[in-house]
Design a protein around this ligand. Sequence first.
Ligand code: CAA
Length: 259
Amino acid sequence: MKNYKNILTETEGAISIITIDRPKQLNALNKETIAELHEAFDNFDKDEKVRAIIVTGSGEKAFVAGADIKEFMNFDSVQGRELAAKGQKLLFDFVENLNTPVIAAINGFALGGGLELALASHIRMASDNAKMGLPEVSLGVIPGYGGTQRLAQIIGKGRAMEMILTAGMIDATTALNYGLVTEVVSQAELMDAAKSKAEKLLKNSPKAQSFAIKAVNASYYKNGFETEKDLFGQAFATEDFKEGTTAFVERRRAKFTGK
Ligand code: CAA
C-alpha cells in the first residue's frame, strides 16, 4: 500500500477506506491532497477486488473544512477558475463518475469543498456531531467544486439557495431531514455503520452498479458546472474576496463593500 503525505488508505476485504489526514488544518483540501486523493480513488477504482470505497476525515472534529483558503487567497481570477476546473476534473467530477460506489462518512465539519466532496460521493452518512454548509459567500467567493449544482440536485433548489446565500451550517438532524445524508449515528459508530452500508453493496453486480451510477448521473445537465467555474474565477478579482479571505486568516469579521 502506497504511503501518502496527506491521506491514509487501507483495504479490508472488498472495502477500501480513504482518510483525509490533515487534522491540524481540519483536513482542508490543498492541491497536493487533491492530487493524492485522485490517485487513491483511481487505483481503488481500477482494482477489481475493491467493491466499495469509504471516504472520511482524520480526527474527531472535521470531515473536511473546505478548500485550503490559505493556499488560494492570493490567486487572481484566472488562477481561481483554474483551481475550480482542475479540482473538479481530478476529484469531484472524477469521484461522481467512478465505477465503484463511494460512501462519504461525514465525521464532523463538512464545509465548502468538504461538503462538495460528500456531494460528489454516491452515498452520504454522518455522525451526530457533523455540521455541513457551503460558507464560500462569507469569503467573497462561491462554491467552486460543484456545490452550486450538486447541492441543489440533492436537497432541492430552495434549500440549496438558502444554505448557499446565508453561508450557514446545518446539523446532522437537519441534513437527514433534507435528504442530504441518509443515516446519522454517533461518531463512535460511524465507521462501522459505513462498513455495514458498504457490505450491502457487495452482493450486487459491480458492472450493473457502475452502469447505474452513469445512468443516474446522466440526467443532470452539465452547463451549470461551466458557469460555476467562470463565476468562481470572477469572484477572485473582487475586493470582497480579498477582504473575506484576509478576514478569515486574521480571525475577524469581514467588512464587505460589494466591490
Ligand atoms: N482552509 C485552510 N485552513 C483552514 C480551513 C480551510 N478551509 N479551515 C480551517 N483551517 C485551519 C484554521 O486556519 C486553523 O489553522 P491554524 O491553527 O494554523 O490557525 C485550523 O484549521 C483550525 O481551525 P480553527 O482554529 O478555525 O477552528 P475552529 O474550531 O475555531 O473553527 C471552523 C472551525 C468553523 C470549521 C473554521 O475553521 C472555519 O470556518 N473554516 C473555514 C470553513 C470555510 O470557509 N470553508 C470553505 C472554504 S472555500 C472553498 O471550499 C472553496 C471551494 O468551493 C472551492
